[in-house]
Design a protein around this ligand. Sequence first.
Ligand SMILES: Nc1ncnc2c1ncn2[C@@H]1O[C@H](COP(=O)(O)OP(=O)(O)O)[C@@H](O)[C@H]1O
Ligand SMILES: [Mg+2]
Length: 272
Amino acid sequence: MKPVLSVRNVRKRFGDHVALDGVSLDVHEGEVVTVIGPSGSGKSTLVRCVHQLEAIDGGAMYLDGELLGHEFHRGHLRPLPDRRVAAQRGRMGMVFQQFNLFAHWSVLRNLTEAQVAVHGRTTGRAREEALRLLERVGLAGKADAHPGQLSGGQQQRVAIARALATGPRIMLFDEPTSALDPELVDEVLSVVRDLAAGGMTMIIVTHEMSFAREVADRCVFMEHGRVVETGTPEEIFDRPGSPRLRAFLSRFSQERVREVPDERTLQEENAR
Ligand SMILES: Nc1ncnc2c1ncn2[C@@H]1O[C@H](COP(=O)(O)OP(=O)(O)O)[C@@H](O)[C@H]1O
Ligand SMILES: [Mg+2]
């Protein structure tokens, strides 16, 4: 079966710094791939390159077999015109850490704009789809609100609805919960979980390790701009092969342990 997304030996540099050092990854229809790895390992750069927010320096990417960002012309590759790049981007949905909603637009307009501008839908049809999606993410009734009137968790759910509005072939999430207060994380994760259950094809970059494990069909560990290890959640989390993945996972579980107040702190609190 042809993958929905194919990333082939992609390289990306920022000046002298190599952010992606030959990354390859296939994502098949209905597959959920979670990406974990230390800060600076290239996770955001990977999804930003796929979404063509960054130009790549080498390799190639294909969406449903179609080359992204370039076309063959008289035996040579040449960059696609902006309008064609925009159309390719419109076949993917991206959700950022910082929501990136337009603050001066209503929730409804945030959801309808691309449908009308990029996909040529009528306002009526776009509105209908927007209202359907708001209901799906648990925000029926918020269509006329402005992003500033919503909690971070609600804003992120609007951003997810917006990314879904154009019927993407694949959803790309870049740490969708890392800007949220802890009590708002679950409402966003449950929407993502729901999409996974509905068969959406997705790449999810996340530092929520238990979520990365639970929602994934396949999990990818990145470090220094490379895919170090890829496998089922059981392989990655229970039987990590590389010392680097083992070190990363143990660092993570230690951080978790440290967040829990120790015995003495609890006693001090009780004594007050
Ligand atoms: N726009 C940029 N300009 C310069 N360096 C960047 C830029 N974006 C990312 N980098 C660098 O590329 C590396 C990978 O970054 P990133 O993909 O954001 O990592 P991650 O998301 O895994 O934390 C980091 O060293 C980062 O500093
Ligand atoms: Mg990042």
